[in-house]
Design a protein around this ligand. Sequence first.
Ligand code: SF4
Length: 230
Amino acid sequence: MGIHVWVLRIPALLQQAKAGEKVTDTDGIDPRSNAVTSKESQSEAEKWELLQAEVARCRKCGGLCETRTQTVFGSGNKNADWMLIGEAPGQQEDLQGQPFVGAAGRLLTEMIRAIGLSRDDVYITNILKCRPPGNRDPKADEAANCRNYLNRQIELIQPKIFLAIGRIAAQTLLTTDEPLSKLRGKVHSLNDTPLVVVYHPAYLLRNLADKKKAWLDLQFAMQTYREITN
Ligand code: SF4
């Protein structure tokens, strides 16, 4: 189960790193996803470990902590330039302990490929780390409860660009109720870092006609990234 992998392998990888051994990937997951890398100091690794453990035992949202299978912390490269933020785990994510799996996850992987990257190049997480029952929208108090965890992930990663995945994530991160149509195609700012809004892959699966617009959004995000890094 996903959480088993996440919780147990980090201390082992830390031990490898402390012993000066090459950090290996024994679970078939890219080592950059979870382990100490050359860019990541030991204290940062410890902060990640503590944060993930804190999230795993969090019970701030009474309803969600009762109904979740497990928390879904995030996955990907902890030194990523790109940080992708969705709204909350769904059923498959709750079962597997990983963000954006299943059909929507596969489409997100394709969207990431469209900007010339793989899932191992970016960091993916959600505003809520627990699944709302029935995949309902996150409530404002739940998003507020969980925000500190997201902020600490952002602080550790220090991405160069954010992608807000879908309307709920965009509206929550930007504290606005503007519709997605008004939020797309603009460079917003979160923590003084550019943020671009893209369609949620689950929405695109239901609305194939909007895939062309999604491609334009991704091109816009890529262009924004190039401008800030050149
Ligand atoms: S959604 Fe976040 S704040 Fe709420 S119980 Fe889960 S981890 Fe805690």
